[in-house]
Each structure stands twice: as C-alpha cells, then as structure tokens.
Design a protein around this ligand. Structure first.
Ligand SMILES: Cc1cc2nc3c(=O)[nH]c(=O)nc-3n(C[C@H](O)[C@H](O)[C@H](O)COP(=O)(O)O)c2cc1C
Length: 197
C-alpha cells in the first residue's frame, strides 16, 4: 500500500509554530507519498456525544465535517497529530478529534480498530516552555492511544516557541524535522508493557 499521510492540525490559530514545524518535516517526505492537511479549526467537529452503546448509532455521512475527518482517517497509512502543547497535553480541538475515535471504534460496519492497527501515529507539537519534558503528558497521550489501537508510534517532534514563527529560531527542532519521518516507528507499547519486558 502506498503511503498516505494525514496531518491533523489542532492549533486554535492560523500559521502557528506547530504547523510550521510539521511542514518542515513533511517537506522531506518522498514525492510519491500523498499528503492531506486538515485544520480542525476550519472543520469544526460538533461536541462529542457518547453514543457508543446506542444501537442506532450510524456512520457520519461523508458530506459532514465528521464524515470528512472519518474518511481521511480511514484512508491514511500515517496519521500526524500536529497539536500545540495546551496545558501540558493536546489542544482541545485535537482532544475532541481523538474523542471521536471512541465513537468510530463502536460504529457498526467501520472496523475502525482493525483498519488502523499496524498503521502509524506521529506527533508534532510546539511549546512555549524551554524545557521539552513538560510535554511528557502529550507524548504519553499519543503513545498510549497508539498502543490501545495496535498502531505504530513514531514519537513526537517537539519545537520551542510562543509567538507565531518563533519555532524558526529553534534550530535543533528544525534539524530534527529533516529526518523525523524517516525514523523507525515500532509498534506502540504501554509503559507497563515496556516495564514488564
Ligand atoms: C490555551 C493555551 C495553553 C497553553 N499551554 C501551554 C503549556 O502547558 N505549556 C507550554 O509550554 N506552552 C503552552 N502554551 C503555549 C503554546 O504551546 C505556544 O504558544 C505554541 O507555540 C503554540 O503553538 P501554535 O503556534 O502552533 O498555535 C499554551 C498556549 C495556549 C493558547
């Protein structure tokens, strides 16, 4: 299967540091890799309603924002969660998109988990704090979500910046972006599985 990257942009502003860093990394992808970019702020998902245990729970039609994101997610071999660090985790827009995964897991006829298993989750995140380890909760959220889904996890490309464009000054992040998507992405494991050996 040829590779198809879906970039899910979760910033609450346009042209921010996270998107800039994600585009730096994406610029290194081979030309035959398809790329789809979706700004969640431009495709607002309605409030997530937990219908997982409702028997008449149906797939969102493709002409809705939810259907667009669902179709894009199912079609991607690689899903890149590009979220700024908000309160040490993913942004609200990003979290809402991930909450929808819980609905899709239970939507009859989708086979959401089987479809995503073996595919790869990546993260890109800008943060204002000088210390990258403050983003550990975001990294843990994405790692554990990938482990739960049986996905591969390529890690999170972090970059420092507060105002839009600041991340251009983080030369180490820009250097990491050059090889980020070329890294091995092993099957994700929960921390307790790693500890158990
Ligand atoms: C609601 C909100 C919460 C934030 N929380 C954090 C945080 O917990 N830690 C941090 O280092 N930066 C935090 N920041 C700063 C952003 O991560 C930083 O400005 C980043 O560059 C924004 O990325 P963007 O330009 O892609 O939107 C926060 C910003 C906002 C708006």
């Amino acid at each position: 299967m040829s590779r198809r990257f879906l970039f899910v942009l979760g910033s609450a502003r346009l042209d921010g540091n996270t998107e800039l860093l994600a585009r730096e990394a994406a610029a290194q992808l081979p030309g035959d890799v398809e790329q789809q970019w979706i700004r969640l702020a431009e495709h607002p998902l309605p409030d997530f309603v937990d219908l997982r245990h409702d028997s008449n729970h149906v797939r969102a039609p493709s002409d809705t924002e939810t259907g667009l994101l669902l179709d894009a997610t199912l079609a991607a071999t690689d899903i890149v969660i590009a979220s700024p660090l908000y309160w040490y985790s993913v942004s609200g827009l990003t979290k809402r998109y991930l909450d929808y995964w819980s609905g899709w897991l239970r939507t009859p006829g989708l086979d959401f988990k089987a479809t995503l298993a073996g595919r790869t989750l990546w993260g890109v995140a800008a943060h204002a704090d000088r210390e990258p380890s403050v983003a550990d909760p975001l990294v843990g959220t994405l790692n554990n979500s990938a482990a739960y889904m049986g996905m591969r996890f390529g890690g999170v490309l972090l970059g420092n910046g507060s105002a839009p464009g600041d991340v251009r000054k983080d030369t180490e992040a820009l250097a990491r972006a050059k090889t980020f998507f070329a890294q091995e992405a092993p099957l994700a494991r929960f921390p307790h599985e790693v500890a158990a050996g």
